[in-house]
Ligand binder design. Structure first.
Ligand code: ADP
Length: 434
């Protein structure tokens, strides 16, 4: 029904008015004049009501009293008034919510900065002033990169990275911040800055403790290992103790291995900045690791190198040796003698890629995400008996991350595993082969 009840009533009134005018006019013999007068009168009344409505609208609904006579215009006025009231209520609610949000964020110890789609500062809480030096309204509208001129932060802005970034506070360099960018609404962003100085100090203490403890353990272990070896070799002295001495020697070597790996991990963690961009000859490195792997005397005798690329990578030779040898030695350790280990080297889509594949025992899928944690083992008994330290893959992950790359692990139980190291294109050196 396109006609509402009020319009229908109004149309009825108009019809009645016209009928009355026509009848009066017929009686007086002035039909047209009477019709004209009636319609003019109707027009006048309508205009007066419109004027009244306009006054109400422009006056901002000073009172809730409806002064207009009942009818179509009164109904329209009432509808408009209700819509205005609803709108006012919603606006009030929005303002209240906004005030509460600002009060809550003002009380937060973390710095919060609201940014528009062009990274312009819209609003910030008081903690943001103390932590990152953003003060509103003074800095409103400014590009956040103009105020926070920290290379790591500028790079994150440019790459649209949403990973947490750590840097020293520009306001007080002794404080350490963790800054995260979060998207919300339509292309808007929030910057969260948290003071993580305490956490960082604790982390540093942990690292120093592990490094110092490992360092202190190293010399006594070397001495004990030396004596055990000498005793073991001296047949007259060893006698019936030959077997226990051999076991002690093995355990001592295992402990020395753990200490060495812990020291290596500490070194990787404490080393500031990126590793160097030295040209590393990957072919030569892999050939050396292959020789060493075969010399271990365990695992498969078939260790194949598939070298598809000529060039090398730019990085730290020492660190890359440590990572790749760990992968190859693991492949040897977890593959039976009848199996095969294949090491592939190629540049794929500009990215230096090294893959260590084996036909060994494989890894159940639920363990894969945790393999790079320190001392995480799928089968602790087996790993220990095979001389693993439980730190190898943690070292691999650190080295790969420090070189800006990623480690992918694929495996199938009973069929074998593939460990793929992919470095970024800027780590490629020389002529790519693929
Ligand atoms: P570990 O010194 O014990 O080998 P790693 O950190 O090098 O320690 O490896 C962690 C665990 O991952 C190992 O204990 C083993 O269970 C599993 N793992 C690593 N490499 C392989 C592989 N090539 N095949 C099967 N399992 C593996």
């Amino acid at each position: 029904m396109i006609f509402g009840p009020h319009l229908r009533a109004e149309l009825g009134r108009v019809a009645l008015l016209i009928a009355a005018a026509l009848f009066g006019g017929w009686l007086l013999g002035q039909t047209l004049l009477m019709l004209g007068v009636a319609l003019l009168g109707y027009l006048l009344i309508t205009l007066l009501q419109l004027a009244q409505l306009e006054r109400r609208l422009s006056g901002g609904w000073q009172s809730a009293q409806h002064e207009m006579p009942a009818g179509l215009w009164r109904a329209i006025e009432e509808h408009l008034f209700e819509a205005w009231q609803r709108d006012r209520q919603r606006r009030g609610e929005a303002v209240r919510l906004m005030r509460e949000f600002r009060e809550a964020t003002s009380a937060m110890p973390d710095g919060v900065v609201a940014l528009d789609r062009e990274w312009g500062i819209e609003w910030a809480n008081p903690a943001a002033a103390a932590l990152v030096g953003v003060v509103v309204p003074r800095d409103a509208g400014q590009h956040v990169g103009n105020l926070l001129r920290v290379p790591a932060f500028l790079a994150a802005l440019k790459q649209a990275s949403r990973e947490p970034i750590e840097f020293a506070s520009p306001r007080s360099p002794e404080r350490w911040l963790t800054v995260t960018l979060v998207d919300y609404g339509q292309d808007q962003h929030l910057l969260f800055a948290r003071d993580t100085t305490r956490l960082r100090r604790l982390e540093q203490m942990r690292r120093e403790f592990v490094a110092n403890a490992s360092h202190e353990l190293r010399s006594p272990l070397t001495v004990i290992g030396g004596y055990l070896e000498a005793m073991h070799e001296d047949h007259a002295l060893a006698g019936s103790w030959a077997a226990p001495l051999a076991e002690m020697e093995r355990q001592c070597a295992r402990m020395a291995g753990i200490v060495d790996d812990l020291l290596e991990l500490s070194r990787l963690e404490t080393e500031a900045g990126e590793p160097p961009h030295d040209a590393v000859d990957v072919r030569g490195l892999l050939a050396r690791i292959r020789e060493e792997a075969l010399a271990l005397g365990e695992g498969p005798r078939e260790v194949v190198l598939e070298l598809a690329a000529d060039g090398g990578v730019l990085g730290s030779e020492r660190e890359l040796y440590s990572a790749l040898s760990n992968l190859v030695f693991n492949a040897m350790r977890y593959t039976p003698a009848a199996g095969r280990v294949t090491v592939r080297w190629a540049v794929v889509e500009g990215r230096p890629t090294i893959e260590v594949a084996d036909t060994g025992i494989g890894i159940p899928p639920e363990h894969i995400p945790r393999l790079t944690e320190r001392f995480y083992r799928v089968d602790p008994g087996r790993a220990r008996s095979q001389g693993g330290t439980g730190l190898g893959l943690a070292i691999v992950k650190h080295v790969v991350q420090r070189h800006g790359g990623e480690l992918r692990i694929e495996s199938e139980v009973g069929r074998g595993s593939r460990f793929i190291v992919r470095l970024p294109p800027d780590r490629a050196a020389g002529t790519p082969g693929l």
